[in-house]
Design a protein around this ligand. Structure first.
Ligand code: BGC
Length: 247
């Protein structure tokens, strides 16, 4: 079975039909740049271009980089235009896609669901936390394989700062930090999350998961196992399609 997955990120909107049995893209993904400001209207237009590029006419699962309840309602918008708050995203996207059935889920939750089923978290019980380091920091918390949605651990306070403003991948680039310096910040962040949740496993996702050999070895003193995500850039697309399949 196939469902179309779309990942809405800070820099790009990317999507492809997903083969749900294999947990992988069924066709090459197509990407358009995220408009700035990332308003509901502009983003919906980007989503339409991605879905139309593949000529897709079935159900669509989308990620969103903020709190999403009931597969539709947007509650926060840290890194996209604030006018998203309180929108009914399902109605917006479905209307823009000519009435196709749509489900929306938090981006890190989507990536986590994909990793737990097809990637680094497969078969893992206990408490598992996936953290995505990108424009912000996203989190997905699993207890015995069951997702606790919308955990938003990227906004924990660390030394008086919003954690994602200290340790996201964007901050490493913006402040031109060395990998070692940035890894030190990530270590402090992981120690804080570990103090609160004592997970068995941390899965490090987002764009940096492809570069884990540059920084994971600098991270010390964390009791939990730390592994890079395996589906890397496709985790959001795959997880969005998986959630839509359950809707
Ligand atoms: C948002 C989260 C999102 C994360 C990664 C944070 O700023 O609050 O909902 O998962 O960024 O995009």
């Amino acid at each position: 079975m196939q469902i179309f997955g779309v990942d809405i990120g800070g820099s790009g909107i990317k999507g492809a039909p997903v083969d749900l049995d294999r947990g992988d893209l069924a066709q090459e993904r197509f990407k358009v740049l995220t408009p700035h400001p990332a308003t509901p209207d502009g983003v919906a237009d980007g989503v339409r271009q991605v879905v139309e590029h593949h000529g897709w006419t079935g159900p669509v699962g989308l990620t969103f980089p903020g709190v999403v309840t009931d597969g539709s309602h947007i509650r926060t918008a840290a890194n996209v235009d604030k006018s998203w708050i309180d929108t009914d995203a399902r109605a917006l996207f479905s209307e823009r896609l000519g009435g196709l059935p749509v489900t929306v889920v938090n981006d890190a939750d989507a990536a986590g669901v994909a990793e737990m089923n097809f990637g680094a978290g497969r078969g893992r019980r206990g408490t598992v936390i996936l953290l995505t380091f990108g424009t912000g920091i996203g989190s997905a918390l699993f207890v015995d394989g069951v997702l606790v949605p919308n955990t938003e651990l990227g906004h924990l306070e660390l030394h008086g700062h919003d954690a994602e403003k200290r340790a996201s991948s964007k901050v490493r680039e913006d402040e031109d930090l060395t990998w070692e310096h940035w890894a030190h910040r990530v270590q402090k962040y992981l120690a804080h999350v570990e103090m609160l949740f004592s997970p068995e496993l941390f899965i490090v996702g987002g764009g940096v998961s492809r570069k884990s050999e540059k920084f994971l070895h600098y991270i010390e003193g964390i009791k939990a196992e730390i592994v890079p995500a395996q589906l890397q850039n496709n985790a959001g697309i795959v997880g969005a399609a998986m959630r839509a399949a359950k809707a």
